[in-house]
Write a protein that binds this ligand. Structure first.
Ligand code: FPP
Length: 238
């Protein structure tokens, strides 16, 4: 069993609804992102407190580049500021920070903060906080296929040795557990190119609550619902 006391080991979250949260209040969309960072902090601390093994947050998708330039710039600035300011939260909570996605496509100053955060937190032994940045689920599979092809070309791998395990080992998420629970805020019933390979057997939980309003109480509700489910992984319960 991957879970303890009915708690998921790995929680992944699609943090949606920042823009709508702000528009509903007559505010600029970026105000929703700013408020969303507070939810990131609260949910991270709460998951660490509950000894969740890994929390993966969809912070910036490869499709998000198509947003207005101003909004993309603000998101990158927020991200950089978040990395600098939240180092304290990360260290105080014994969290190990990591990322998935095409990190080389991010602005250099953001890449630098990411590298610092990873380095400073690498010996922490508590929860893994993984930010998906410039991440796309299909791109992840394409990148894994390329790596495998490269290994075949170099004679390090035979085509017949490619299986689910070798593919997994070449994903951004190599060495990580698959998520047990995927939460989506903002009410849309979509997966939006997030962790396509990894969520094959993940339990889904969608709430209409917008991300800036998603706090401890809402997480508690998702966890309660998750604990009551029966996971069969395609089999039948004995
Ligand atoms: C979706 O809201 C949210 C995002 C684009 C990513 C989430 C970003 C944050 C929580 C802030 C920055 C994160 C970190 C970790 C610093 P939306 O704009 O799509 O909302 P909408 O669907 O209502 O338009």
């Amino acid at each position: 069993m991957s879970e303890q006391n009915g708690l998921p080991s790995h929680i992944a979250i699609i943090m949606d609804g920042n823009g709508r949260w702000a528009s509903n209040r007559g505010l600029a969309r970026v105000r929703g992102h700013i408020e969303g960072v507070k939810s990131v902090r609260e949910i991270t601390e709460e998951c660490a407190r509950r000894h969740i093994e890994q929390l993966t947050l969809y912070a910036f998708s490869s499709e998000n580049w198509s947003r207005p330039r101003f909004e993309v710039a603000i998101l990158m600035r927020l991200l950089r500021r978040y990395l600098i300011r939240e180092l304290k939260t990360i260290m105080n909570n014994n969290i190990r920070f990591t990322v998935i996605g095409r990190i080389e496509g991010l602005p250099e100053d953001v890449q630098k903060e990411i590298a610092t955060e990873i380095e400073l937190s690498k010996n922490n032994t508590g929860m893994i906080l993984c930010l998906a940045l410039n991440y796309g689920g299909r791109t992840e599979i394409v990148d894994a296929a390329r790596r495998l092809a490269q290994k075949v070309q170099e004679g390090k791998l035979r085509p017949e040795d490619i299986n689910e395990e070798t593919l997994k080992e070449n994903m951004y998420t190599a060495g990580m557990r698959d998520p047990d629970l995927l939460i989506r805020t903002g009410g849309e019933m979509r997966v939006s190119n997030f962790l396509l390979w990894e969520i094959s057997y993940t339990e889904l939980w969608v709430t209409p609550v917008y991300w800036p309003d998603f706090r401890k109480e809402q997480l508690e509700e998702a966890l309660r619902d998750y604990a009551a489910r029966e996971r069969r992984y395609g089999g039948i319960l004995q």
